[in-house]
Ligand binder design. Sequence first.
Ligand SMILES: Nc1ncnc2c1ncn2[C@@H]1O[C@H](COP(=O)(O)OP(=O)(O)OP(=O)(O)O)[C@@H](O)[C@H]1O
Ligand SMILES: [Mg+2]
Ligand SMILES: [Zn+2]
Length: 242
Amino acid sequence: MKKNIQYCDKCGEIIFYIEDKYEVYADCACVRRERIALKVAKYKKLSITDREAGNNRFENSNTVNDKEKEFVEKFKKYSQKFKKALEENVGILMTGLPGTGKTFYANCIANEIQEKGYTVLSFNLSGYLRKIQEDFNNKKDFVSEEEKLLYATREVDLLVIDDLGSEKLSEWGMEKIYNLIDERYKARKPIIITTNMNKNTLEDHLLVNGSDKLLDRIKSMTTPFIFDWESRRKPRQSDIWE
Ligand SMILES: Nc1ncnc2c1ncn2[C@@H]1O[C@H](COP(=O)(O)OP(=O)(O)OP(=O)(O)O)[C@@H](O)[C@H]1O
Ligand SMILES: [Mg+2]
Ligand SMILES: [Zn+2]
């Protein structure tokens, strides 16, 4: 029999009782929520891209063609059913020309599921490589930045890799990226990748030591979306030349 039951003032759940002379402390919904918020914030801080910038939200999105509309509906569904995506390890590969909105939509998804309490880690690849290189050059911590980030890569609910293939990779860079994606692959959790390479250039780009294992991994982890419309980035107009 539970005695001396105490309830949380805010959520009304039981936080303490005595049963068979034992004192039992329980976490109420507030404590659970707080713990999730801390975890979400931790990975947000570890992320290298800035998702706050530029209001990347579905509410703010406008579409330029029917195909994009279709994509948006699917991306919204993906965010709404993220629990299932996580269970079934369903990821997304967004390919297409610069300025077509790939990063924008990856961020919309990330922001939306983060608000529901899922942890998200997002990198742009050059940022990731720069960060682990810098850390390697002036090593301070016992645990390297790369190890920390790889650990996070296994832990988070969603990993976003932005701009795969934006620069020519050295062998060192290639190996690091292979490790990163392989880590996620082994964790069997969803990944979103954006790239402005097409199928062929991506194939060439991701040949690691003559093996296309990396591309195979990516294909098996993601559903492709090809953004084949015009760039949204307009050349900046100024009347200074008039
Ligand atoms: N649906 C949208 N509604 C409003 N603005 C958008 C939308 N999609 C993209 N944009 C804006 O258009 C610009 C280009 O989009 P974005 O950076 O996502 O392109 P990208 O496909 O990632 O390009 P790149 O391949 O060069 O990385 C950004 O300023 C972005 O905020
Ligand atoms: Mg982009
Ligand atoms: Zn409570």
